[in-house]
Design a protein around this ligand. Structure first.
Ligand code: HEM
Length: 285
């Protein structure tokens, strides 16, 4: 047990965990981007079916019938990854800065090593936090539309929630700006991770640096193209027809629920009438 504490508090342990959590986050972002590519089709009905099946699969996946849905464990893991990664990144950065002293810092600044991204790292980080709050509030916890899949099951219409958000040009522009900020942030974070981790290899460092640039550009562009395309799709007549279909399904289900509630409340007075009628009949006799 003690070796774990020793490892976790050692400089190399913190660096390795930060690196690993960073790889986990990078893989999540890449996977999320690929999943969202299902929005990139001109066949809106097909996009709606596949996107809803995909989000339904992610949120409902529970093959071993755990008492807790797997998505909650995944979300817990994601939160842990972000908290550990950001916490350790700040801690290591401060430790590095303290070790270098104020002079080392100035030397770097004079050498011109501080790029636009370095200066704005804290601001881009805060902006991304704002983006994350808007993102989860509007999509995950946003409007809850319904969709009937090809098995006749009623599931959440996450496609419509997403498309409806991008129908608002303000949010689309906000996403395009956010993707630029996220791209810059990732690019700088990856580059500085190698400095922080103290990895310097003549052959591999340049290769990994190029891979970091490619990753940041691909992720920023991939999400940005998806956002712009979703905005375009949101204003097409086919989308309007699917939107109306979803709203009418919602109304039908609400009507059905109201009818059932009415029927249930009607049963009591009806039987009361029967009691009264039989009482009157008994009385006449
Ligand atoms: C075009 C851009 C994007 C679209 C259309 C999109 C779509 C979505 C949707 C629909 C959800 C809710 C999934 C559900 O509850 O079933 C979601 C959740 C999430 N998104 Fe995005 N997203 C985009 C960009 C991003 C970016 C750039 C990041 C982070 C860098 C991100 C991080 C997350 C996270 C952390 C969640 C919560 C996952 C969970 O609770 O399981 N998204 N996104």
């Amino acid at each position: 047990m003690q070796w774990i504490i020793k490892y976790l508090t050692s400089s190399i342990g913190k660096k390795q965990i930060m690196g690993l959590s960073g790889v986990g986050i990078a893989l999540f972002i890449l996977g999320h981007m690929c999943g969202n590519f299902q929005l990139l089709t001109f066949d809106q009905a097909a996009a709606q079916a596949s996107y809803n099946a995909y989000t339904e699969f992610l949120t409902g996946f529970n093959p071993l019938h755990f008492p807790v849905k797997l998505i909650y464990l995944v979300e817990l893991g994601l939160i842990a990854l972000f908290v550990i990664h950001i916490g350790l990144a700040i801690k290591l950065k401060l430790e590095n800065k303290a070790a270098r002293g104020p002079e080392g810092y100035d030397v770097n600044a004079r050498k011109g090593k501080k790029t636009f991204a370095t200066f704005t790292m804290i601001w881009s980080g805060l902006f991304i936090l704002g983006f994350a709050i808007q993102h989860l509030a509007t999509l995950k916890f946003g409007d809850h539309f319904l969709y009937m899949n090809d098995k006749g099951e009623i599931v959440r219409d996450m496609w419509l929630t997403t498309i409806d958000m991008f129908a608002n040009p303000f949010w689309t522009i906000f996403y395009l700006i956010s993707m630029f900020v996220i791209g810059m942030h990732l690019f700088h974070a990856i580059a500085s991770a190698f400095q922080t981790l103290g990895l310097a290899h003549q052959k591999w460092t340049p290769v990994v640096e190029v891979a970091g640039i490619v990753y940041s550009v691909v992720v920023a562009l991939g999400f940005a193209v998806t956002a712009a395309f979703a905005c375009y799709v949101a204003h097409q007549p086919e989308t309007q027809a699917l939107r109306e279909k979803s709203h009418s399904l919602q109304q039908q289900l609400e009507q059905k629920k109201a009818d059932e509630a009415k029927k249930a409340s009607f049963v009591v007075p009806a039987s009361m009438d029967e009691v009264q009628v039989s009482y009157v009949v008994e009385g006449v006799r």
